[in-house]
Ligand binder design. Structure first.
Ligand SMILES: [Zn+2]
Length: 431
């Protein structure tokens, strides 16, 4: 069992946090920005310092590789993203990049023998916070292997035309890419010809590990989900002159609908949990009203609904409840629902999950099996090569904010678990 260095990891955490430092504890580091390029330059400098060969592909993903003893073996890669959301924290994404770096640095410092080439990777534009969508570049790289219903979301030309959501010197993602110094030939992309396994370390972004007093999690899968648009249609009239009984108030209808949906879903969730399954999670994060004038009864209201659970039967039942409610009358308004997208559960490679679990056990870490409710590059990569993830304990479960925090010790622990899992993969005949 090998151990990563707390001192070296802490130094990387402090250094990376300066690139895009927003001045109050967090960072804004949009993909392909000057700040992201500083993080990329630091990655290149540190990786070249230990003798790794650094390559870039046409979509600015970076790969730092230490050769192994077997010239025919495929690469084992560890990667995540170095971009953040606006006013994000110092761990989301970059923790997985620093983990890859720390693993290679430990291998180099301790002269650890390995057969396979081992690669630390930066995925470009995971957050999609300047150029949407999220997971854009893993969508591009893994495109040929994605399920057909996901492909339309990641057409190359559309991605290149993605326009910035905030200030940017470039008109679109394609222009930003063309101007970026960290690009190279398309042949350098991650592909199953050259790569045999991928590990992504990430912060949990939830409170489950902390609440269970565990330090680290072996991720089993990324939950399937569905997203629906729900609309209520009534008619507008004057707020002061139109009698209450004659109104078809779309916002009132939507409010009733949302409350009833919560009641029904809460009741069903109790059944799900009683059956030994994890609870499903559901969210309305968007709501819009038309015409949104205080003297006018709304004629239209819109809300989003996001539902996540690994079991397709649970998701199907949630959809059934939604459809049943949509058929009801709500304040004399008509309800219409429309599927926005559906994503199946992505199961991680059992063998890699096993290596991660064995490593955590051997380290004597306090660990548990855990599920991912959020999307990650690993989820698309899992369609291409065997893939898995490790989660680090997240203080108070907070992420995508400046208070996002993982202790230096926990960052080092996730790197150590990754290192030992990678070495088990390296030693296995199956890879
Ligand atoms: Zn992330």
């Amino acid at each position: 069992m090998y151990k990563c260095s707390l001192e070296r990891m802490s130094d990387k955490i402090r250094t990376m946090a300066t690139f895009g430092d927003a001045g109050h504890g967090g960072i804004t580091r949009y993909s392909l920005s000057a700040e992201a390029n500083m993080a990329r330059a630091e990655f290149k400098k540190r990786m070249e310092a230990i003798g790794a060969v650094v390559e870039c592909d046409d979509v600015a993903c970076m790969y730092a590789t230490l050769e192994g003893s077997d010239p025919d073996a495929k690469r084992i890669v560890m990667g995540s993203h170095c971009d953040s959301v606006k006013n994000g924290g110092n761990y989301d994404g970059i923790l997985g990049v620093m983990t890859g770096m720390e693993v290679l640095e430990t291998i180099a410092a301790e002269n650890i023998p390995h057969k396979h080439p081992i690669t630390a990777m930066i995925w470009t534009n995971e957050e999609g916070s300047l150029y949407p969508p999220a997971m854009m570049v893993s969508g591009i790289i893994c495109y040929d292997y994605l399920p057909d219903d996901l492909k339309p979301n990641f057409e190359y030309d559309n991605m290149m035309a993605s326009t910035p959501m905030d200030d940017s010197p470039y008109a679109n993602f394609g222009e930003a890419l063309a101007a970026n110094p960290f690009t190279g030939p398309k042949e350098n992309r991650l592909s199953p010809d050259k790569y045999c396994a991928m590990f992504e370390a990430h912060l949990e972004q939830g409170p489950i590990l902390e609440d269970a007093d565990n330090e680290i999690g072996a991720v089993q899968l990324v939950m399937g989900m569905f997203n629906y648009a729900i609309r209520m249609y009534g008619f507008s009239a004057h707020a002061g002159t139109f009698p209450m009984k004659k109104r078809h108030d779309a916002l009132h209808a939507m409010a009733d609908f949302l409350c009833e949906l919560h009641k029904r879903y809460d009741a069903y969730n109790e059944e799900v949990v009683a059956a030994g399954e994890p609870e499903f999670v559901f969210t309305t994060g968007e709501i819009n009203v038309h015409p949104c004038i205080h003297t006018v009864i709304p004629d239209e209201a819109y809300m989003s609904l996001d539902v996540r659970h690994p079991n397709p039967e649970v998701r199907a039942k949630c959809m059934e409840i939604l459809k049943e409610l949509a058929a009801n009358d709500w304040q004399q308004c008509k309800c219409e629902i429309k599927e926005q997208w559906v994503r199946d559960t992505v199961y991680f490679d059992e063998r890699l999950v096993g290596f991660v679990e064995e490593s955590m056990e051997e380290m004597g870490a306090k660990w548990q099996k855990i599920l991912s409710g959020a999307g990650h590059d690993a989820q698309f990569c899992a369609y291409v090569i065997p893939t898995t993830m490790l989660f680090a304990r997240t203080l108070k479960g907070l992420s995508h904010c400046e208070d996002e925090r993982v202790s230096d010790e926990d960052c080092t622990l996730v790197a150590t678990a990754t290192l030992n899992a990678v070495l088990k993969c390296d030693a296995s005949d199956e890879f």
